[in-house]
Each structure stands twice: as structure tokens, then as C-alpha cells.
Design a binder for this molecule. Structure first.
Ligand SMILES: Nc1ncnc2c1ncn2[C@@H]1O[C@H](COP(=O)(O)OP(=O)(O)OP(=O)(O)O)[C@@H](O)[C@H]1O
Ligand SMILES: [Mg+2]
Length: 246
């Protein structure tokens, strides 16, 4: 009797995995279709005569190039997810200074944030703050979070990274004063391909993979992540990282 139940459970798990794969493939092909059809449209227009028209030929080529960039970024995100989900996920855990990384990232995002007049600041009582984690992966986490805060931030707003020291695992908060997320959407934003406002997100180049990647990386570190948000007030995403013993 016991064996039968576990067989049933196994079948259920397999069915769930098959459903997940089907949905995932459906989502992927849907996301890839938009830029591919755009490229096809621009190329056809060029072949049909626009190539000879100096007023539009460059415009269509630039749009083609933008759609190709979009395809590349979707594929890069899918690659990151595939790597994170593979059984032999390689973690390269070392000791490194989080403050250093945050400052590097603020420099990296300087132009993007200034386009929207968004101020980036660090709230920490430390000159250095060593953590034990995979630096490249946490870099990816912060890139995804900061770029969301800019993307869904308001003109003239601010983004603060706050480091809160705790005994074993410290808390890192990424806080913005942007458009926020409603309570019915908040529980779903970590799902793959989930976007609150599909139109707006896509026009900003969003696939809905950013937060799924973030959650995966934090869980691979056996750490925790939490989100709180209020529409028109802002969003705070907090995650823990292991303190270094240094
Ligand atoms: N800081 C934020 N403020 C408001 N909404 C947010 C914020 N971060 C995420 N969201 C909402 O959650 C959704 C999922 O975020 P996620 O980063 O996974 O996807 P994306 O930004 O749409 O696309 P991608 O990151 O793949 O380019 C977004 O579409 C957006 O609606
Ligand atoms: Mg994102």
C-alpha cells in the first residue's frame, strides 16, 4: 500500500514536471517570437524598397539591431536560469567586500539612473563589509534589483542599498520609491516570465526573468529573500548574506 502511494506521488511529480516544461517552452517561444517577427517585418520592408530610401533605411536597420539585442538578452537570461537549475550548479564562494561591489555597481548604473534623475545611495555604518558568497552571482542579483528599481522608478526618485549587520547572516535591502507592486501581484513577481504590467515591462525590454534569477541565486546560497511594496510608494527587496569571519 505504501509503495503504491509513493508510485502515485512519483507520477504526480513527473506530471507536474512535464506541465512545467510545457509551460516553460510555451513562454520561451512566445517571448522569442515578438523580436523575431519584428526583425522579419523590418527586413521585408527593406527588401520591398525601403533599402533605397535614405529617409528610412537606417531607421529600420537600427530597429532590427534593437530587436536582435533584445533576443540576445532573453537568451542570456535563459542561459543563466538553465545554469542555475542544472544539477551541477557551480558555486564559487569566497570572501569579498560588499561595499566595494555596491560602489562599482553605482558607477555602472550612473548613466542609466541619471537619465531618470534617480539618486543612488548606500546606507551603511561600515567602510568595508566582508561576506561569504559567490561574488559573480550576487553581482547578478544586485544588477537585476537595481535595474528593476530604475526601470520601475519615478523621475527624480531614489534608490538606497542598506546593509544591516546581523550576527550570522546580514540583511541587504534594495529600497526604491518607484511605482510599487499591488498586493495581488506581489506573491507572483518571483515566478518566471511574470510581469505586473506586460505592456509597460515589454516596452522597457522586460521578460519577467530578472526576479526568478534573483530568487534562485539567493536560494542556492541557502539564504532568504523577501519583498514588500506599496503601489505609488515604492518597493523594498531584502535578502540575507552570510557574514565573513574576517
Ligand atoms: N522595483 C520594482 N518596482 C515596481 N515593480 C517591480 C519592481 N521590481 C519588479 N517589479 C515588477 O515585477 C515584475 C517582474 O520583475 P522581473 O525583474 O522578474 O521582470 P522584468 O523586469 O519585467 O523583466 P527582466 O528583468 O527579465 O528584464 C516586473 O515586470 C515589474 O512589474
Ligand atoms: Mg527585471
Amino acid at each position: 500500500m505504501k509503495k503504491k502511494l509513493s508510485e502515485e506521488q512519483e507520477i504526480l511529480a513527473l506530471k507536474r514536471a512535464a506541465k512545467y516544461r510545457r509551460e516553460f517552452l510555451g513562454n520561451v517561444s512566445h517571448e522569442l517570437k515578438t523580436p523575431i517577427f519584428n526583425i522579419q517585418g523590418y527586413i521585408h520592408t527593406l527588401i520591398d524598397g525601403a533599402l533605397e530610401d535614405p529617409n528610412v533605411n537606417k531607421k529600420y536597420l537600427l530597429r532590427t539591431s534593437k530587436s536582435i539585442d533584445r533576443l540576445i538578452s532573453i537568451i542570456e537570461d535563459l542561459e543563466i536560469l538553465a545554469n542555475l537549475e542544472s544539477d551541477e550548479l557551480l558555486m564559487d564562494v569566497t570572501d569579498w567586500d560588499l561595499i566595494d561591489l555596491v560602489n562599482e555597481l553605482f558607477e555602472f548604473f550612473e548613466i542609466k539612473s541619471s537619465e531618470k534623475n534617480i539618486k543612488l545611495s548606500l546606507d551603511s555604518n561600515f567602510d568595508t563589509f566582508f561576506v561569504l558568497a559567490d561574488k559573480e552571482k550576487i553581482n547578478q542579483v544586485l544588477v537585476n534589483l537595481i535595474s528593476n528599481s530604475i526601470k520601475y522608478g519615478k523621475e527624480g526618485g531614489s534608490i538606497t542599498i542598506k546593509i544591516e549587520k546581523k550576527e550570522k547572516n546580514s540583511l541587504i535591502h534594495v529600497v526604491d520609491d518607484g511605482i510599487g507592486i499591488s498586493s495581488e501581484n506581489i506573491s507572483r513577481v518571483f515566478e518566471r516570465f511574470y510581469r505586473v504590467d506586460k505592456g509597460r515591462s515589454r516596452s522597457q525590454g522586460g521578460t519577467g526573468l530578472g526576479l526568478a534569477i534573483v530568487k534562485h541565486i539567493i536560494e542556492a546560497h541557502e539564504q532568504e529573500i523577501d519583498i514588500s511594496s506599496q503601489v505609488n510608494k515604492g518597493t523594498a527587496i531584502s535578502f540575507t548574506l552570510k557574514n565573513s569571519i574576517k
